[in-house]
Design a protein. Structure first.
Length: 596
């Protein structure tokens, strides 16, 4: 039953990915006083792993930990307390996931009403899509010869319908991460499909908690100010009918909920904040405001919405040869140069072996010396004389046989070349290279279904909307009066917080002024050109800056920045997790009185 108007709905974010800690859900059930638990499990690589599992066993293809670890530990309490659960743990086989939960419930003597959302799998459409000449969203490449998975990012409407139908547990396949939260709020408050501002606020609520502890101090720039990492609290949002919400966490847990922490998470992976595109709404987060309203409590308001576009994003995956990475530790004087020479020797030797066996050259190679700073800081690196470094050699090849040869030539370095070589931890194993291919698909061609018991219900999803217009040119924030007096050069981290993440091959770097009045000055000095120059050793494309004056922040979208991103990248940081930390080392001259 939906909540009466004016009621606060408490939603706990229990998982940010498949592999998140098992403590989240039990903690929220025991101490969070939540009405709902929502879980996010899926990434592109996860979908291909699940598809391979289903290929071997038709009863698999879902995130098994959700059933065997999480639900097994909380199902009794969830049922007793009337907590409702929404999860995309269904992966490529949500029906099998639901059946496993039903079996678990029967084993524990419980009766649970479970709904399953299907329809995201668009593999049957591939022949006609190939004939239509579908192209990849960013690169414009044609559809690969053979795909492993192809799933549309469904939205919140199927989840709302499942909850309206009385389901206590909703299991979906692929959906946008924030949909598990927005579906709950649409059900609870009866929000209309075209109530754009509320839908944008509900989507922001979902975005804040979709990565688990990143909303409670995880990855915070000021990490030393975040207490008790071992017992960090998982996020809880208290949502109101008007769309406003408060971010918090269970009492007595570790972590930190502050405007800075929430601002960092808000900027995570959003690209242009005026066009955060979702199936139900196009969000504008540029005027969002954050306010501390109590200990470990931050109020969030100000998201605005527009009608969504006419298409779903489809994420597909395909096999593109094989990859392998190996690591060795090099100790002693000139460790970096010794490591670099070792890496090049491994590549030279194995290329000669390939030639003898009639094998082609590597598709791609990358040699990094971790600890030298060179891979992340490029020309700004200043520890080339480090006396301990880790050599990392990553390679790709069309044939696994070639990488088996590569894997055998890592350990010999321990007796053949550089003094101080150690750390070979067994022979590395070649693995398939799974790459993503994203494209757009008209909503009318995807049929979302909700299955509850013996009933199967179609979901009415509005379609045929016009394409979204490009946003109007941004209003540049007012300039500041020229600062007088002495200045001092400091690292950007002294005057700003930062958070970064990936969008395919782009890196999204959010920078937040530590004091609102500092933003105009920082904006003047932190230009697209300067950011591009500082990150030039990593970023191959353009850098675009977007303003979020509501939280005194800027968002930098760095294109072609991750060596292909995800599984397509050979870098040690393929998801751009360290990009903000690199930018925060940039020197900037600021008025000396700022630091007094």
């Amino acid at each position: 039953m939906a909540a009466p108007r004016g009621t606060v709905v408490r939603i706990g974010g229990a998982s940010g990915f498949w592999g998140d800690s098992s403590v989240g859900a039990p903690q929220l059930v025991a101490h969070g006083e939540v009405d709902y638990l929502v879980f996010d499990y899926l990434a592109e690589l996860t979908m291909s792993i699940l598809a391979a599992a289903r290929g071997k066993n038709p009863g698999l293809g879902y995130a098994t930990d959700f059933v065997t670890v999480t639900m097994k530990s909380i199902l009794q309490d969830v049922v007793a307390r009337g907590i409702r659960v929404v999860s995309n743990a269904g992966g490529v086989n949500p029906a099998a996931c639901a059946q496993a939960i039903e079996a678990l419930a029967a084993e524990q003597g419980l009766a649970v009403k479970i709904a399953v959302v299907t329809g995201d799998d668009v593999m049957p459409l591939l022949p006609e899509l190939r004939a239509e000449g579908v192209r990849e969203m960013q690169s414009g490449a044609p559809l690969p010869e053979k795909l492993l998975t192809a799933n549309a990012y469904l939205g919140a409407l199927p989840i709302r319908q499942a909850l309206d139908g009385g389901a206590q547990i909703v299991v979906t396949g692929r959906c946008v991460d924030s949909a598990v939260t927005l579906g709950v709020l649409m059900h609870e408050f009866g929000w209309a499909d075209d109530d754009w501002d509320r839908l944008a606020q509900g989507s922001l609520a979902g975005h804040i908690i979709e990565c688990g502890c990143q909303a409670t101090g995880g990855l915070h720039t000021d990490w030393e100010s975040v207490p008790d990492w071992a017992h960090i609290g998982y996020p809880v949002i208290e949502c109101h009918e008007d769309g406003s919400f408060v971010a918090t966490k269970p009492p007595g847990t570790g972590g930190l909920v502050s405007p800075a922490v929430i601002a960092e998470q808000m900027l995570y992976e959003i690209g242009d904040p005026r066009r955060y595109l979702l199936p139900e709404v196009s969000c504008d987060f540029s005027r969002v405001t954050l306010r501390q309203v109590g200990e470990q409590r931050v109020e969030v308001r100000g998201a605005r919405g527009l009608a969504p576009g006419p298409q779903y994003k489809v994420s597909s995956t395909y096999l593109d040869g094989f990859r392998c990475s190996a690591q060795l530790t090099i100790v002693g004087v000139d460790a970096v140069r010794k490591a670099q020479r070792t890496g090049q020797a491994i590549l030279e030797r194995t290329r000669e072996l390939f030639a003898r066996h009639g094998l082609a050259d590597y598709s791609r190679t990358n040699v990094e010396v971790l600890g030298s700073e060179a891979g992340n800081f490029g020309p700004q690196a200043h520890t080339a004389d480090v006396r301990e470094a880790v050599l990392r050699v990553a390679v790709m090849h069309p044939q696994k046989t070639a990488l088996d040869l590569f894997a055998r030539e890592i350990a010999p370095a321990g007796t053949s070349w550089s003094p101080g070589t150690t750390g070979a931890d067994g022979r590395p194993h070649p693995a398939p290279t799974i790459k993503q291919f994203a494209f757009l698909l008209d909503k009318s061609r995807v049929n979302a279904l909700v299955h509850i018991g013996s009933r199967t219900e179609p979901v009415a999803v509005p379609h045929g909307q016009p394409q979204l217009p490009a946003p109007q040119p941004e209003q540049v924030p007012d300039g500041h009066a020229p600062e007088s007096g002495p200045t001092v050069e400091v690292a950007l981290i002294r005057v700003a917080w930062g958070r970064s993440g990936d969008k395919g091959d782009s890196s999204n770097v959010g920078i937040i002024a530590r004091r609102p009045e500092w933003l105009p000055f920082l904006r003047e000095h932190l230009t697209e050109a300067r950011v591009a120059a500082w990150l030039a050793h990593l970023v191959r494309g353009e850098v675009h800056r977007f303003d979020l004056p509501g939280i005194h922040a800027m968002n930098f979208l760095c294109t072609h920045a991750l060596d292909g991103g995800g599984m397509a990248s050979l870098r040690n940081d393929p998801l751009g997790k360290g990009m903000a930390q690199i930018l925060l080392t940039m020197p900037i001259r600021v008025p000396a009185h700022w630091l007094s």
